[in-house]
Design a protein around this ligand. Sequence first.
Ligand code: ADP
Length: 372
Amino acid sequence: MAELSRETILQALRAVRDPQGGSDIVSDGLVKGVVCKDGHVGFSIEVSPERGESAEPLRLAAEKAIYDVHGVLSVTAVLTSHVEGGPGAKSSAEAAPARAPRQSPQRATPDGVLSVVAVASGKGGVGKSTVAVNLALALQKLGLAVGLLDADIYGPSVPRMLGINQKPESADGKKLKPIEKFGIKAMSIGFLIDEETPMIWRGPMVGSALTQLLNDVAWGELDVLIVDMPPGTGDAQLTLAQKAALAGAIIVSTPQEIALVDARKGLAMFEKTNVPILGLIENMSYFESPGSNEKTFIFGEGGAKRTAEESGYPFLGDIPIYVEIRENADSGTPVVAAEPDGVAASYYLNIAEKVSRQLKRDAPAAPKIVFE
Ligand code: ADP
């Protein structure tokens, strides 16, 4: 069978008309980043920021047009929106006016998945993805069946951290198979979208992309699905928190006050959406030079622990700065997989034990209610 070409895909998409557009979605310039590999097709449809999820029928029509193409095994179309200013501009979550998500929450875990747990941070660069990946691996080491969903659409890092560069396949043409690595099942928006396509997302679109990634993936039987959330606490994250039927959320912060201010916003966001907070993790707590027992508290000492105490949530543990953590994450074998018996891995394993205990509890703690 001849390999599908981008041209064939674009040709099929020319049959799709945008009711708000001129001729068809290709001529209107809405179709971006077509990826086509071994019968699996992915692309984005860029609509104006105002349209949000009202463009969902257009997305479905585009997917249907491609399903009908001979040789297509799976298709994933995502709605995106471009905000003037390019990748360096403020994220759409920040640029978007503050408002409640428009859709009523549709909370249900994907088939076969017992608990969905979000790993979130108030700001980027605190090590959220590193924690999500190593925590997923540590929970697997404790004997749980674990999935990892990289929903960090602003900067998906799971493909790099797990060393995955293949595209997911679909056995039935409907659901994508997650990619198995180090004993966990992973799915990332980075598997589906051309890395070179710069994308800035509006909140409601993030929600629809996440819903697809959650539900259109054949996760199989999982005890826990860890979701690496996009950083921040804007409209986008709020929508995610509402849609994902979360069993709980974990907030990652570094110890300095500026990061903790954002971490508190993260706590408030999950409180507002009635998501139980499993606890806080302090990352990059201190540096210990090899061979010495002396800890240098580069970002101040114990900030996240204090924040946890003050807000009444569990403190799940701290993780020091270790060169192995960064090196292993960068090289595609996270430290828990590379050196499971090492000191660095022990921090994640301790945290995983606490998380697993919390998930086993029958009734999670009732979330606090906050009035603004
Ligand atoms: P985020 O998801 O919050 O943006 P990442 O997980 O991508 O952050 O981490 C940012 C950088 O910090 C990465 O290079 C990662 O390897 C490194 N890093 C994260 N945690 C640690 C740690 N405890 N020690 C050393 N490096 C770390």
